[in-house]
Design a protein. Structure first.
Length: 143
């Protein structure tokens, strides 16, 4: 299955983290949502890869999000099955504080990572469901 997804994570404290070529970024305690694309050959397997990076089962750091995930609690992924390239549309639809330059080195978006002090899972699910006729799927990480 192919589509677009939003990973939802929580940091339990403020933390400075080195994010690849972006360098050190100060992350505030709270909730983060990362928009990604799973339109390649692996499709939805991309989400499992992210979960594996978060738990340390996969130590490869390929994308900006790979540097943040091991420091956070991954709550879920909201996956929308689609063949359309909606990653940037989703990012532009999320009306939360963006982390400048994060996850968007291959597009013109300001950010693909968003922050809120409050749990914003329901708002993100609603946003994802409004983008196509398909209903989003909630995927929880393996524990």
């Amino acid at each position: 299955m192919k589509g677009v997804y939003v990973l939802i994570m929580r940091l339990d404290r403020d933390k400075n983290i080195i994010i690849g070529k972006l360098g050190s970024i100060h992350f505030k305690k709270g909730y983060y949502a990362y928009t990604g694309s799973a339109l390649g050959t692996g499709g939805i397997k991309r989400v499992k890869r992210h979960f594996d990076v978060a738990t340390g089962e996969n130590r490869t750091r390929k994308w900006h999000i790979d540097y943040l995930m091991p420091h956070s609690e991954v709550l879920c992924a909201v996956f929308l099955s689609t063949s359309e390239a909606l990653e940037c549309t989703v990012a532009e639809s999320l009306e939360f504080e963006g982390v400048p330059g994060f996850g968007c080195s291959d597009c013109t978006c300001g950010s693909h990572l968003f922050f809120s002090q409050e749990d914003f899972r329901n708002q993100i699910i609603s946003t994802m469901n409004s983008l196509t006729e398909n209903e989003s799927i909630i995927i929880h990480p393996h524990k």
